[in-house]
Ligand binder design. Structure first.
Ligand SMILES: [Zn+2]
Length: 298
């Protein structure tokens, strides 16, 4: 009986020790209640897939940088929660490892990090287009460079706040013919990845603005053909490529669902379709994933 008592006492003490140590471990690993607390509407805290956005939410926005100080968080009001702010952090297609968020002074003892998970994107897609769309003369190379710079300049223009207050929509209701992220080989030569979503559209199909915004750039480009760039504020841009006809001009304010163009087959294409993309702070992310994540905030 005495032996049984001794064993029981030891077991109780051991159980108490385990119970006491568990909350202590939690307390040290948790974020202080008032500190900015990164959240992601769908996935576990502080992880995000390459080619998607990480939604940072806080009630006390403060200056934060990522990509070694090259990019800043651009805060906007949360679309449905009063007193809360959000910022979209794009995770690039080629990003891996960890994305670190730090203040401009880099004084924090433990900067916040986002662990990047690798998504299984479609591996390879062979596309055959006209030869002059893959090997260029000097003159064409210069034009492509100039057009690329115009896009980079557009994406770097940050309109404060958000210009939208409704969910995002697909620019037309049709099947996806090529998703974001597929590795691409044009005529067996150029290797890149698909930065947008291709949607089935015969020539002349009405194309709708994905959300409210300002038309930032309207340009007939060598590779993307007739193209429209819409600024949605805080570094969020939507792009519509290979169009046949423009129905808006630079500087126009557009509404969600407004017909901004007719689809076509201009630029480097193998047939008529719409290339639709979302660019955050200059980084292409999966537009379909963006729409799903952002609309879940409503
Ligand atoms: Zn495309």
């Amino acid at each position: 009986m005495l032996l049984f008592r001794k064993i029981w006492l030891r077991a109780t003490l051991l159980a108490l020790l385990v119970l006491c140590s568990t909350p202590y471990t939690y307390a040290t690993s948790q974020t202080a209640p008032n500190a900015p607390h990164p959240i992601n509407s769908k996935k576990a805290n502080s992880t995000a897939y390459n080619g998607t956005i990480f939604i940072y939410q806080t009630s006390t926005p403060q200056a934060l940088h990522y990509n070694n100080g090259k990019k800043s968080l651009h805060y906007m009001l949360h679309p449905s929660k009063k007193g809360e702010f959000i910022a979209f952090i794009p995770i690039g297609y080629y990003d891996e490892g960890v994305k670190t968020l730090h203040s401009p002074k880099q004084t924090e003892s433990s900067p916040q990090t986002i662990k990047i998970l690798q998504k299984d994107y479609p591996k390879k897609e062979q596309i055959n287009v006209a030869n002059d769309k893959v090997s260029y003369s000097n003159e064409v190379a210069k034009r492509i460079e100039k057009e690329k710079n115009a896009a980079v300049k557009t994406y770097a223009t940050i309109t404060k706040g958000r210009l939208w207050d409704k969910p995002f929509i697909k620019p037309l209701d049709s099947a996806i013919t090529s998703p974001y992220g597929s590795a691409r080989i044009f005529n067996g030569k150029v290797n890149s990845y698909h930065g947008g979503t291709d949607l089935r559209a015969s020539i002349g199909t009405p194309i709708l603005a994905t959300n409210d915004g300002k038309v930032a750039l309207v340009q007939d480009r060598y590779l993307s053909g007739k193209s429209i760039y819409v600024d949605h504020g805080s570094g969020v841009y939507s792009v519509y490529f290979h169009l046949d006809e423009f129905l808006v001009k630079q500087g126009d304010m557009v509404k969600q669902g407004q017909v901004i163009a007719k689809s076509g087959d201009t630029g480097r294409v193998s047939g008529a379709h719409l290339h639709f993309g979302i660019v955050i702070n200059g980084t292409n992310v999966d537009a379909m994933d963006f729409i799903e994540q952002v609309n879940a905030l409503f």
